[in-house]
Design a protein around this ligand. Structure first.
Ligand code: 5RP
Length: 225
């Protein structure tokens, strides 16, 4: 079994009857959502899902998982999502799949956040993975210029046909090729201040549990928050 599938299935063990569950986005979260669908069908598991992208919404609807908008729930019990990089101190980069805005909103409404990754995502320091920054269309070239001047090596994200990638909110993504992020908190604060930036992919102090798929099995790490 693929490592991503193994962690996806393992994460579904955390889900109990009656829970409101945040459903992440990406190729690892995909397996989690599939397993939730299977458990509902075969074991009678009853949950309500809150999706983090149009893609996951379509998948969940196809599996018959009842859904609510994040605005229609008081709190989410558990959110299970993937990640692009996780450092030793449990900080993360997300947004490789372009969904980090909704993912962060759903994470922040959750009592518990579980990230599911294969071992290739575990790093000492963040930054080798390009940091996604979602920006509004208006003035996006100005934001790009400022990021360039700061030496952050920005690149507008494109689709296969070379047109600009659009998020579910209709915004652009600028990926920052930083190599290493020595101070993720300072970097996040700087991006938070920039006009035109909607949300960046630094997820700081947000995860509670990390499930890592390795060739020797799934390893669980607790962030002790
Ligand atoms: C989407 C994300 C994904 O969770 C992240 O990109 C990991 O994806 P995958 O499991 O496909 O490697 O943040 O915005």
């Amino acid at each position: 079994m693929e490592l991503k599938q193994a962690v996806g299935i393992k994460a579904a063990e955390y889900i109990k009857d009656g829970m409101i569950v945040g459903l992440g986005t990406g190729s690892t979260a995909y397996y989690f959502v599939e397993e939730i669908g299977r458990r509902m069908k075969e074991e009678g598991l009853q949950i309500v899902g809150v999706t983090t992208s149009n893609r996951t919404q379509q998948q969940a609807e196809g599996l018959g998982i009842p859904l609510k908008s994040v605005d229609d729930v008081e709190r989410i019990d558990v959110t299970v999502d993937g990640a692009d990089e996780i450092s030793d101190d449990f900080q993360g980069i997300k947004g490789g799949g372009g969904a980090h805005l909704y993912e962060k909103i759903v994470a922040d409404a959750s009592e518990r956040v579980i990230w599911i990754v294969d071992e290739s995502k575990m790093v000492t320091k963040l930054g080798a993975f390009p940091l996604p920054v979602e920006v509004v269309k208006y003035g996006s070239k100005q934001v790009f210029k400022r990021l360039e001047e700061k030496g952050y090596h920005p690149v507008f994200r494109t689709q296969e046909d070379q047109t600009l990638y659009l998020t579910d909110e209709g915004n652009y993504i600028i990926d920052l090729h930083l190599g290493v992020i020595e101070n993720p908190v300072a970097m996040g604060a700087e991006l938070d201040q920039m006009v035109g930036v909607v949300e960046h992919g630094l997820f700081l102090n947000r995860v509670h549990t990390v499930l890592i798929g390795t060739s020797d099995g799934v390893i669980t790490k607790e962030a002790n928050r």
